[in-house]
Ligand binder design. Sequence first.
Ligand code: PMP
Length: 402
Amino acid sequence: MRDPTAFLGEEYRDLVRQDLDWRLRVLGGPSTPWCVVDGKKVLMFCSNNYLGLSGHPRLKAAALEAVKTHGVGSGSVRPIAGNMDLHVELEARLAKFKGADASLVYQTGFAANSGLIPQLAGKGDLIVSDELNHGSIIDGVRLSQAERRVYKHGDAEDLSRVLDEAERESPQFRRILIITDGVFSMDGDIAPLDRVAALGSEHGAMVYVDDAHGEGVLGEGGRGIVSHFKLTRDKVQVEMGTFSKAFGVVGGHISGSRDLVNFAYNKSRTWLLSGSHPPAVAAACIAAIDVLESEPEHVKRLWENTRYFKKAMADLGFDIGKSETPITPVMVGESSKAKKLSSKLFEAGVFALPIVYPMVAQGKARIRTIMNAALSKEDLDFAISAFEVAGRELDVISKIAP
Ligand code: PMP
């Protein structure tokens, strides 16, 4: 008889043959600028911990205190018996930070997108999505019964075309939902949210932005992309984000009107049917908001480091793409070369992962670096010279340095 699990090994081995399997590295300790990866001391250059908050003393103290006062688990889903005072406080603090009427915290950003999007648009509705949106948005859209259309990446004119066409062909769409990432994680470019929001208003569509990589980075004091473009909440009705990146902890969230939040928690199955955060997580997230509000130096340092690194890399002749944010891709081209460059950097003491096909198009492989506010100038110089040596060895640098 045929083994019903045979496909598991077969498909895995197929991935290995194509060199498409994930070989997991092990972080032996905290995610700090210098950290231990696979037993080797290296400079962290690819974490989403933009501001270094995952090791901030105020976040650690808040988490420890919450364990003492509230235990390690919440005991339930939030609608039954797992809605702790810390969860409620976190949502109130987040809404204030974002300048929104209300916020709702999900277990992860993935749970927010995959739980809320299918509720916002269903049968008879239309979802219009940027072609490079994050996988959690794509899954949320797939779970919806709405018709979906994709517009060219970051292209407001193409979005306008898609909306015009949709209205001409199907004037009966009940609702239209436009969804875009705020900052695109592969290239570090920023969505033209001002123009997307204007088109939303023009077409009576709801606008949903996933600001996972913009929070703690863009806008006043790291308030995110809505603040960056100085947009009002009647134009961007759903601002989604995560505590797992610049905030240094874990957890997804949405901010907007009170009606949005009441609707979202009554309808999102990922929220209703999954256990709530441990109290230490909620307390650490509250402390992260405290730090962002009272210690503006972290966001400032992040941008100083970003400018320093981008300039040095461009001066050396690296192609660093069109990023406008602390995500700086170092374009390489061939997947095998990007992998070699990453290995050489690792040997030299810099941990930066290659992004290769099928995550990006063929011939667009790159090393994706993510800047961190906790890196010193010496750390940056160390990384830049490691890039220079490895880049010359592999012929990735396009011109002779001045
Ligand atoms: N959206 C975007 C744009 C992301 O980059 C990520 C994380 N990779 C998520 C959503 C999911 O967030 P989380 O890690 O909180 O699940």
